[in-house]
Ligand binder design. Structure first.
Ligand code: BG6
Length: 474
């Protein structure tokens, strides 16, 4: 048996990409609600001239998404039918504290998630909850400048304590920030940063990163105080960088790019800033405002496990060779000539998952949790209503094989595996519905049209079998 008895098989979603109901139940407006679909999406995610309200000229996919807000019972039942052991989902901060800085939480929001967790438990599914997944109240951006402000540490502590207290006994696995390293790539999504003209962006990004890292350590501390059985993880957008060639300059370039991402987990797992980061800050004149209390809370509260998303490896060159193709949306790099790519140009590299797992395990010696992996693809509904997504099955099978090898042959400790978007949802990078990851098809298109009807794809039956056999029958 390659995987342990209690291995957590399941899938992962994010509130803003599936819930909808953006103005229901007393929910406030969040950064993700003002990011439109279409050409203005990219600049918004990067914080370039981001509008903080909605207008009629744009379509905002988060507002209705796939309407999980009203359909969670039906959707969780579908996950249970596949035999899910775990369901990773996120809380919308604005359902709990609509503006982010209120003293008292919004009971309707708390009750909503309590129902969701109870529904999971009724099906024997363990909830794995991301506290923030590209999610921040707009009020905290307008009033405080997003995660630039140290005040957000206090608001986040209040949010975390409210959640841990209310859901004690219902939720045991927590992630503090989804893909925390995205602050460097999509700063509006990751930290609610809107840049002023001429502002030193790097300074703002690392300041926001520091505040999130400190908030994450506080949340870890509070989680353990409220219930010593709580397990808290960090979450990295992973995928090791390969050097484009064996030219030492390329190897060094890959090392630097990897450090840029490891930086976050180095702090969250080891409890202190790595030397290479301190040197960089010194060189570049970056001041994150570290206090003695920050140092102490970071040192005393490392995470219990390291979780990460993996879609592909990355490739980089010190000097991209003449004619080399560039690739990637959030992470730019050189196209790896040895790898095929998805319809959205993401490299497909199952062995890279094994490499990434070994890199993270060697570096941190903490249990790993793969909390996102999958293939975004266009699906076709056949005349008889079936969806034969063999390409998705092939992708997942190859990645599960690689993860199995990392466990059985390399000795990596792995808690579980959740595929991204087990039910089709809105794409974070493009806002499209047509970039589908699910085992369950949702009838909705890029313009928000469709019946929202759910339909099982071929991969639904395949994944059910994988879980049933605990990864033996692939
Ligand atoms: C991760 C995010 O970056 O990748 C998810 O945590 C996201 O929110 C997923 O949806 C897949 O990316 P995309 O852009 O295809 O939706």
């Amino acid at each position: 048996m390659p995987f342990s008895e209690g291995f957590l098989w399941g899938g992962a979603t994010a509130a803003n990409q599936c819930e909808g109901g953006y103005d229901e139940g007393g929910r406030g407006l969040a950064n993700v609600d003002v990011i439109p679909h279409g050409p203005d999406r990219g600049p918004a995610m990067r914080g370039d001239g981001t509008p903080l309200s909605c207008d009629d000229a744009h379509y905002y996919p988060s507002h209705e998404a796939i309407d999980l807000y009203h359909r969670y019972r039906e959707d969780i039942a579908l996950l249970a039918e596949m035999g899910f052991k775990v369901y990773r989902m996120s809380i919308a901060w604005t359902r709990i504290f609509p503006g982010g800085d209120e003293e008292e939480p919004n009971e309707a929001g708390l009750a909503f998630y309590e129902d969701v967790f109870r529904c999971c438990r009724d099906h024997g599914i363990e909830p794995l909850v991301t506290i923030t997944h590209f999610d921040l109240p707009v009020h905290l951006i307008e009033e405080y400048g997003g995660w630039r402000s140290r005040e957000l540490i206090g608001f986040y502590q209040r949010l975390a304590r409210t959640l841990f207290t209310r859901y004690k006994g219902l939720v045991r696995y927590w992630l503090t920030f989804n893909e925390i390293n995205m602050i460097l790539h999509l700063p509006f999504m990751g930290a609610g940063l809107v840049f002023a003209e001429g502002e030193d962006r790097e300074q703002a990004q690392y300041l926001a990163a520091h505040n999130e890292l400190v908030a994450s350590a506080w949340a870890t501390k509070i989680a353990h105080e409220v219930d010593p059985g709580n397990k808290v993880g960090c979450m990295l957008a992973a995928g090791s960088y390969y050097p484009y060639s064996c030219n030492p300059a390329d190897v060094r370039d890959a090392q630097l790019k990897n450090q840029e991402n490891y930086f976050f987990v180095d702090v969250q797992a080891r409890g202190h800033y790595p030397a290479y980061a301190l040197k960089k800050f010194e060189r570049d004149g970056i001041d994150v405002g570290m206090t003695a209390e920050d140092e102490r809370v970071l040192a005393e509260n490392p995470v219990d496990f390291v979780s990460f998303s993996y879609y592909s490896s990355r490739c980089t060159a010190a000097e991209p060779p003449e004619g080399a193709e560039m690739t990637g949306n959030a992470f730019h790099g050189v196209k790896n000539p040895y790898l095929a790519a998805s319809q959205w140009g993401w490299a497909i590299d199952p062995l890279g998952l094994r490499i990434t797992m070994n890199d993270l395990w060697d570096r941190y010696q903490k249990p790993l949790f793969i909390v996102e992996n999958g293939l975004g693809a266009r699906d076709v509904v056949e005349a008889d209503g079936s969806i034969d997504d063999d390409y998705r099955i092939d992708y997942l099978r190859a990645h599960i094989e690689a993860m199995r090898d990392a466990v059985t042959e390399d000795g990596v400790e792995l808690l579980g595996y959740t595929t991204w978007g087990p039910i089709d949802l809105v794409s974070a990078s493009t806002g499209e519905m047509s970039k589908r990851y699910g085992f369950v098809y949702v009838d909705r298109d890029d313009a928000g049209e469709g019946t929202l009807e759910r339909r099982r794809k071929k991969s639904f039956w395949w994944y059910k079998k994988v879980i049933e056999s605990n990864g033996e029958d692939l």
